[in-house]
Design a protein. Structure first.
Length: 299
């Protein structure tokens, strides 16, 4: 009995030691990740004197809001935010719908073309058309300078399809067979059985889709020329470049007399870019955790 007690004590002490080391490591890792973000916010809110002398760390010194004032003084900024929200939501809905439909078809055992479709999708993971052919295709389809040029190319990913298919295969086939016996069609089985059991999957890839669209500017740079249709990233990119070259009319005087630091405007643009995602993410993460629990219990 004494030997067993000693073994248990050693295991307990070893487990506690591992937990403490893990907590310390994760705390240090969190500091490494959080500090740059806090530094960006602090610099965007600090005065030129404090920024130039390198006195700003993780909290602002001599609060200075001129960078944000100049940023939100831009007349198209709220329109650009609205454009980005529409593009991101449309891409997410279309991506989740098309991916789930194709993944379900590839998962059905008696579908005769599933092998050929799987090979076709697999080829697209190794070869792509390239920028120039894609640009020509967008023009030929009449999508140039429209939101569809940003929505349709990213609506379907072969990698996501295979992830969905693998997840669907993990759901018991008896449930699908019972639904078919009750007279349910394939589309009804997908929407009433597989989709509710895959909430964690939809939450994860929906969030990834929105973040990807929100952070993207290269496609808009190629395909969108009308300023009223441009997403927020294009507008902020223009402001960042303009502040760095002293070409903004409203800021030339403040930059020349040392009142405004270019980093005020540039870092304010960074905060304006990630701010909406940070505000939405806690709510999406909460739904994501709930979806994981529901899927685990029902699956």
């Amino acid at each position: 009995m004494k030997k067993e007690q000693k073994v248990r004590n050693k295991v307990y002490i070893g487990s506690r030691t591992f937990d403490v080391c893990l907590i310390i490591f994760m705390a240090l890792l969190s500091i490494v990740f959080i500090y740059p973000f806090l530094n960006v916010i602090a610099i965007s809110l600090s005065s030129n004197r404090m920024i130039s002398t390198g006195q700003v760390t993780f909290y602002p010194k001599e609060i200075f809001l001129e960078g944000y004032r100049l940023l939100f003084k831009e007349q198209n900024i709220f329109r650009a935010y609205g454009n980005t929200i529409v593009i991101a939501v449309a891409t997410m809905i279309l991506s989740l719908s098309l991916t789930s439909l194709l993944a379900y078809v590839l998962m059905v055992p008696d579908f005769v073309l599933k092998k050929g479709l799987a090979i076709f999708l697999l080829i697209t993971m190794f070869f792509s058309g390239g920028t120039v052919p894609t640009y020509i295709l967008i023009q030929k389809l009449g999508l140039y300078d429209t939101w569809w040029a940003l929505i349709l190319p990213g609506a379907l990913s072969a990698y996501n399809v295979f992830i969905y298919r693998a997840f669907y295969k993990g759901i018991s086939t008896e449930i699908r067979e019972a639904a078919r016996i009750d007279g349910a069609g394939e589309f009804r089985i997908l929407t009433t059985i597989y989709v509710p059991l895959s909430k964690a999957l939809y939450a994860t890839f929906g969030l990834m889709s929105v973040v990807g669209v929100w952070n993207s500017y290269y496609e808009a740079l190629l395909y969108i020329k009308e300023p009223d249709r441009q997403p927020i990233q294009m507008l902020l990119r223009k402001i960042v470049f303009a502040s760095g070259t002293d070409s903004m009319n409203d800021t030339n005087l403040m930059l020349s007399n040392g009142t405004l630091n270019p980093l005020n405007v540039q870092y304010a643009c960074v905060v304006a870019t990630i701010g909406p995602i940070l505000l939405v993410y806690p709510f999406v993460q909460k739904y994501f955790v709930q979806g994981m629990q529901i899927g685990a219990v029902k699956g």
